[in-house]
Design a protein around this ligand. Structure first.
Ligand SMILES: Cc1ncc(COP(=O)(O)O)c(C=O)c1O
Length: 448
């Protein structure tokens, strides 16, 4: 119903419109290209598909302004880093307070005590550690799991993303494990130590774990990085049981699914993991992540350290758990990521899903809309995917590119990859209405 030529025409028109509307971003882009590789301080900033990067001026709550003075309804929210709004007042105040008191000392602060209590209360795991990113937390967790089980393999699900963690960059293509082709400069064949199977495939899981060599399963309880793939009823519980039975540790990476509700997917639906990872929004956008674990895992970690030689464990970096991150995390956990915040986000996300669905159906398209709490996604296909292979097959790169450009040019930001939206405590009904309105205008033109 939407032709390739309509998509190409929209991309061309919207690129021209973007160029005309953003002279200051264009000039900054040229200046930045003098010394930033590919013109940006980090290459992800090119993922938006705009002719040149949009330069941000400032953001507050769920709004962002660019250097040319345009205002945006921000439903991307830094791809989750600002899921609880840009610069929430308590986090901004905590950062300001800490700024003149020293930023990093390699010593704990009083904030650390409050943070650990808050994490344990919310996520039901007694012991915690802090890293600077979710990628780093996942790398630490994999290392610990291998260390304490004495097993070398990690099991992940096809289509997963857990950050810059080479061990899990393995895809299933036609049932065959392959090193992800986009991975740069990896000379080790990580497939020797990584098992990849499809999500929701219990038989494959049981067969893989039965070999007794899998240290941990690292998973999102609902996959969010290959479009969205929901667990089928009973699957997560069966996964939990299979791990326990085989002596494999279960790790939930809730970096994205923290959108589900207070305490994330785990506290909302269970089951409890052995280890738990949360990054991105946990300190309101200050680089920071945490991993938690059971008392049993903690005891095994102690044992592992006692048995090994003293020295660097390969886990952690100098700035991990610095004073600034702890101050920001304390404010974020205790004053921002509250049950009240979710009480606003969850119903508004339902509303967003319903309104997006109405627009899509109103235009005669049979796409589907799905959401994990405040994290939503519309997928250009009628049937929800059950696994990574199905989800990949549903991606419509050019169509998504056209849509994103159209939205940006009308002051609406959604994530630059697939069609992900986030509702924050600061997001309003009128912002949701505006997304629906602009999406409708876009589809009308595309359908012709
Ligand atoms: C589920 C999940 N885990 C971990 C990460 C890594 O986060 P970071 O890039 O902040 O290290 C991501 C990033 O998108 C993610 O989606």
């Amino acid at each position: 119903m939407i032709s390739d030529s309509a998509i190409a025409a929209m991309i061309a028109t919207e690129r021209e419109r973007f160029v005309a509307a953003n002279p200051k971003s264009a000039a900054l882009g040229q200046a930045a290209a003098r010394h930033w590789h590919r013109g940006v301080p980090f290459h992800w900033m090119l993922d938006w598909g705009t002719p040149f990067p949009l330069f941000a001026d400032r953001a507050q709550g769920a709004e962002l302004w660019d250097v040319d003075g345009h205002r945006y309804d921000d439903l991307c929210l830094g791809d989750t880093g600002s899921m609880f709004g840009h610069s929430p007042a308590p986090v901004a105040a905590a950062i300001a307070r800490q700024a003149s008191r020293g930023l990093t000392y390699m010593l704990p602060t009083e904030d650390a005590v409050v943070v650990a209590d808050a994490l344990a209360e919310r996520f039901k795991l007694p012991f915690w550690q802090v890293t600077s990113s979710a990628s780093e937390a996942n790398r630490a967790v994999i290392r610990w799991c291998r260390g304490i089980t004495g097993r070398d393999k990690v099991l992940v699900f096809n289509g997963c993303y857990h950050g810059a963690v080479d061990d899990v960059f393995v895809d299933l293509r036609d049932g065959v494990p392959e090193l992800r082709k986009s991975l740069v400069g990896q000379v080790y064949d990580v497939r020797q130590h990584t098992v990849v199977i499809e999500f929701n495939d219990l038989a494959a899981l049981e067969a893989a774990l039965a070999k007794g060599d899998v240290a941990c399963v690292l998973a999102e309880p609902a996959m969010t990085n290959v479009g969205m793939v929901m667990p089928q009823p009973g699957y997560l519980e069966a996964l939990r049981l299979a791990c326990t039975r085989q002596g494999t540790l279960l790790v939930w990476d809730e970096t994205h699914t923290i959108s589900t509700g207070y305490g994330g997917h785990t506290a909302t639906y269970g089951p409890l993991p052995d280890l738990f990872v949360l990054g991105k929004p946990v300190a309101g956008g200050v680089p920071c992540a945490v991993f938690g674990f059971t008392a049993e895992v903690a005891a095994r970690m102690e044992q592992c350290r006692e048995q090994g030689e003293k020295g660097h464990s390969g886990i952690g970096t100098t700035l991990s758990a610095n004073a600034l991150a702890l101050a920001a995390m304390r404010a974020c956990l205790t004053e921002v990521m509250t049950p009240q915040a979710y009480a606003h986000m969850l119903p508004l996300a339902e509303e967003l899903a319903a309104k997006t669905k109405d627009v899509i159906e109103g235009r005669g398209l049979n796409w589907h809309v799905t959401h994990v709490g405040s994290r939503g996604e519309f997928i250009c296909d009628p049937v929800p995917a059950r696994n990574g292979t199905e989800a990949r097959a549903k991606m419509r790169g050019d169509l998504e590119h056209a849509l994103h450009l159209f939205l940006i040019n009308r002051g609406v930001l959604i994530a630059p990859f697939h069609n992900m939206t986030l509702v924050s405590p600061a997001t309003t009904t009128s912002q949701v209405d505006r997304l629906a309105e602009v999406l409708d205008d876009c589809l009308k033109i595309l359908i012709g």
